[in-house]
Design a protein around this ligand. Structure first.
Ligand code: C6P
Length: 413
């Protein structure tokens, strides 16, 4: 697939053709899929990589001294190198395959937090964190007696940066924050946060669930210690994802799951463990998932993340412009640069009713708290309706969404 036409511009219509699922009717209407922050659709290149692996190379990795096992191992470790390159890691050893962002963050909370944090240490989070970057820290804090602190969110949907300096005291041992908010679309200044955290000796974790498929990421430029993301939000298979950890910090961490393949030697009394990343991948991993994720990365890289981000920005600003035509709309999040996510509330209808109304017309939105209950509470809302885009979406689909929302405003009023 090469969809470049006229120099650097991308043939987006041809790109869309790569996604078979988009070509269908839902409730008698052409599908409009605007739930990409929940999960993205998969291009043929990824479906084909999964099929080819199972049809030709399926075997367990790192174990068998036979041809299929060698091929599977080569593809699996090749996928690790692809992920490392995609996020600018210094080496493939810094990439742990996980089931996704949630598992990556739990790994850090349990293995790193369990060893290096003590009672009264402070874990700094923000008010805009997804439950996946909140609940694992609550569990840890309760277990060891650590304290949680939060950077507040302002009315404009950005973090109150003046308070960050006051909150980042030497007691803070970890600052974990999201790259892009899944409810507000806010893009946080990751490198600046990491620099500030480093100046007080705090370790940093970036939740890149909503950033990894949309924006260029370079963990060395970010200067972060950990970064977590999910494959299924960037054209890859569900159950695939990764944790980046700086080699030094990963190798200082104890394993979190015990089992096959993560050991060097085992006696009945005790075990010695492999180095990272294998130390953190007990049991048979999601081999096909890793291979599918690498195919997704190859696909995204052919389009290019700067082009994807530009396309996101076009769709998002067009949506905000057209939302202004609708009655009783409140849009959350920054008015300037933001990710491809627009959360809103319509006076006339509850988010669940609005989402159901849209579904009957073939439009997939998400309604609810988006695993952001504290953030919804901060804005005094039970939830929002959310449209989230990816590079196969079009302005014509947004026009159709506006018509549906206008009908909804009339219907519910
Ligand atoms: N947000 C959404 O619709 P998993 O489920 O592990 O792949 O990703 C969790 C996660 C972590 N951080 C952020 C910022 C996220 O947006 C998500 C997933 C989905 O917004 C499902 S609730």
């Amino acid at each position: 697939m090469v969809h470049q036409v006229r120099g650097s511009s991308v043939d987006w219509a041809a790109v869309r053709e790569d996604f078979p699922v988009l070509d269908q009717q839902v409730h008698g209407h052409p599908l409009i899929y605007f739930d990409n922050a929940a999960t993205t659709q998969k291009p043929r290149a990824v479906l084909e990589a999964l099929r080819s692996y199972y049809e030709h190379d399926n075997a367990n990795v790192h174990r068998g001294l036979h041809e299929l096992s060698s091929r599977a191992t080569e593809a699996y470790e090749g996928a690790r190198a692809t992920v490392a390159q995609y996020i600018g890691a210094a080496s493939a050893e810094e990439i742990v395959f996980t089931r996704g962002t949630t598992e990556s963050i739990n790994l850090v909370a349990q293995a790193w937090g369990g060893k290096f944090l003590r009672a009264d240490d402070v874990i700094l989070l923000t008010e805009m964190e997804h439950h996946s970057n909140l609940v694992p820290w609550q569990l840890l804090a309760e277990r060891i007696g650590a304290q949680l602190r939060f950077v507040p969110v302002g009315d404009d949907g950005t973090l109150v940066l003046e308070q960050l300096d006051q909150l980042l005291t030497p007691e803070v041992k970890l600052f974990a924050f999201t790259h892009v908010s899944n409810s507000l679309g806010t893009i946080n200044p990751v490198a600046e946060f990491c620099r500030k955290a480093r100046s007080v000796g705090a370790v940093t974790l970036v939740d890149a669930a909503q950033g990894a498929g949309h924006l260029p990421i370079d963990v060395q430029e970010f200067g972060c210690d950990f970064l977590a993301f999910s494959g299924h939000k960037m054209c890859g298979p569900t159950g695939s994802g990764a944790l980046y950890g700086r080699a030094e910090i990963l190798n200082a961490m104890p394993p979190w799951h015990g089992g096959g393949e993560m050991i060097v030697s085992v006696t009945l009394e005790k075990s010695a463990f492999k180095k990272a990343p294998h130390r953190f991948e007990a049991g048979t991993p999601n081999i096909a998932g890793a291979i599918g994720l690498a195919a997704a990365i190859d696909y995204i890289e052919q389009i290019g993340r700067p082009a994807i981000f530009e396309h996101d920005a076009r769709l998002t600003s067009y949506t905000l412009e057209r939302f202004a035509e609708l009655p009783g709309m409140r849009v959350l999040g920054p008015s300037g640069e933001r990710g491809a996510i627009v959360g809103f509330v319509m006076d006339a209808a509850h988010p669940h009713d609005l989402t159901t109304f849209a579904d009957r017309r073939g439009l997939a939105l998400r309604g609810g708290h988006h695993c952001n209950q504290p953030l919804m509470r901060r804005f005094g809302l039970p939830g929002t309706t959310r449209a989230s885009f990816y590079f196969y979406n079009t302005t014509e689909e947004i026009d159709r969404m506006i018509d549906i929302l206008r009908d909804a405003a009339r219907f519910f009023a």
